[in-house]
Design a binder for this molecule. Structure first.
Ligand SMILES: [Zn+2]
Ligand SMILES: [Zn+2]
Length: 242
């Protein structure tokens, strides 16, 4: 993919995983093995294959969780154990994973929002038999935390609103925005998700909009966009309230 800062190309590999087609990302500098793994949401075997089978193999120095919704963390135990890498998350997200487990306990399936749960149905949102839940352990990071990737620096940005501890990752001319910013709007907020807040996510969106127009935006699901493509729409998102 394109994108360069100070002469160093950023390479992004996307692995689409799980029932909600979550974008799991591997990010490194061209010609360098030090890699950031973002959102191991499911299918750990496919993620680890992408690490191992990249020419020269990648060296995952850290795992970053944009947030702790089930579709972004289900492969954390397997991936962290296999790679021996620390798992970074914002401490304000601590209530989110227990909330996901509580929903699973009460309802028998993961919470993916009314429409998605109805559409997917069946076993798509149910853990496999014998499944052992992640214990939720992460290394807390705060806004501005920097991770060296060879010649690059990835900076973690606290972008709350979809969840209280939402993180985005800025590296070169790229933003990995998790479920904070998508083409056409911010991530889900509303009364169904008590840890979410629309005014808060819009403040996070406003912050991301301070990046240059040509900044590539890589969301937690679906297609990429750019800051320049989304900025003109922000007033209409604020007006519609979601
Ligand atoms: Zn989410
Ligand atoms: Zn998601």
């Amino acid at each position: 993919m394109p994108g360069a800062t100070a002469g160093h190309d950023v390479v992004l590999h996307r692995v689409v995983v799980g029932a909600l087609a979550t974008n799991c990302w591997l990010v490194h500098a061209a010609g360098d093995r030090a890699t950031l793994l973002v959102d191991p949401g499911d299918e750990p075997r496919r993620i680890l294959d992408a690490v191992a089978h990249t020419p020269g193999a990648l060296d995952v120095v850290a795992v970053v969780l944009t947030h702790a919704h089930f579709d972004h963390v289900l492969a954390v135990p397997a991936v962290a154990a296999a790679l021996g890498a620390p798992v970074f998350a914002h401490p304000a997200d601590a209530p989110v994973w227990p909330g996901e487990l509580e929903h699973l306990r009460r309802r028998g399936h993961w919470d993916a929002g009314t429409a998605t749960a109805d559409l997917l149905g069946g076993d798509a949102l149910t853990p496999p038999p014998g499944w052992q839940p992640w214990d939720g352990t992460t290394e807390p990071v705060t806004d501005g935390h920097e991770i060296r990737l060879g010649p690059l620096t990835a900076t973690l940005l606290h972008t709350p609103g979809h969840t209280p501890g939402g993180l985005s990752v800025a590296v070169g001319a790229h933003l990995l925005t998790g479920d904070t910013l998508f083409p056409g709007g911010p991530g889900l907020t509303g009364p169904r998700w008590p840890t979410s807040d629309f005014a808060t996510i819009m403040r996070s969106v406003d912050r991301l909009m301070t990046w240059p127009d040509d900044t590539a935006v890589h969301p937690g699901h679906g297609s990429d966009t750019t800051i320049g493509a989304e900025r003109p729409q922000v007033p209409s998102w604020r007006a519609r309230g979601w």
